[in-house]
Design a protein. Structure first.
Length: 225
């Protein structure tokens, strides 16, 4: 194989993630790629642009959400599926436990984040308290107030997961940690979020451990600047 052919092969084999740096769900597989030490390319797709995502993007993600992913001709969407593929398709530290119980715990925490935490922590609290005022609009105080008890439950559950262990699903960093981190990163930018997080000792220690990881620094959201 010539040098030119090798370069072309590397381009074909390089995973491409289609999404946005500001996106929680784009950051999740980016964290997985960084933790595995996989070189990848991020193609920016802004679903909140006035015209929406490019029409051609529907071929990659028919529901118009981000992210989408392609590796060596294999296309995929949904952050959880992409992250699991990254963990299993590439060498590097394992991001899922080797045993059935451990993997079940990872999947449970991911489901908790998707089903209960994301809407509450990000949309109901971060967006209302932090993002909406930057648009010259008032925060929906009733929406924030209604979300705070649900947020407290989410944080309490995650804090309980950390009892006697450094990471959410066990002794090693896993996809569960990578799924939760981007949500809490935005949530804590709201004063209410920072105050709630500070009440949970184990979760606060976990947050500090996550914040120091190179993968987290490399994927820092522009909203955190």
């Amino acid at each position: 194989m010539t040098l030119e052919e090798k370069d072309m092969a590397n381009v074909v084999d390089t995973p491409v993630l289609y999404g946005a740096r500001y996106s929680v769900y784009t950051r999740i597989p980016r964290l997985a790629l960084e933790e595995k030490g996989v070189s990848y390319r991020l193609e920016e797709v802004d679903i909140f642009a006035p015209s929406g995502p490019p029409a051609v993007y529907a071929e990659r993600q028919p529901f118009g959400r981000i992210p989408a992913f392609e590796h060596d001709g294999f296309r995929l969407y949904e952050s959880g599926a992409i992250s699991r593929y990254v963990d299993e398709a590439f060498s590097g530290p394992a991001l899922q436990p080797p045993d059935a119980k451990g993997r079940a715990r990872v999947n449970q925490i991911i489901s908790i984040c998707d089903s209960y935490a994301y809407r509450t922590l990000v949309w109901d609290i971060f967006v209302e308290r932090v993002s909406v005022p930057t648009q010259g609009k008032p925060s929906d105080e009733a929406r924030i107030a209604a979300a705070l008890p649900r947020a407290a439950t989410c944080l309490r559950v995650l804090d309980t997961c950390l009892a006697g262990q450094p990471w959410l699903a066990g002794p090693s960093l896993s996809l569960a940690d990578l799924h939760a981190q981007p949500m809490l990163a935005l949530f804590r930018l709201a004063p209410e979020g920072a105050e709630l997080l500070a009440k949970h000792t184990a979760l606060s220690c976990w947050w500090e451990a996550m914040a120091g990881r190179p993968s987290v620094q490399a994927t820092r959201s522009p909203r955190e600047q």
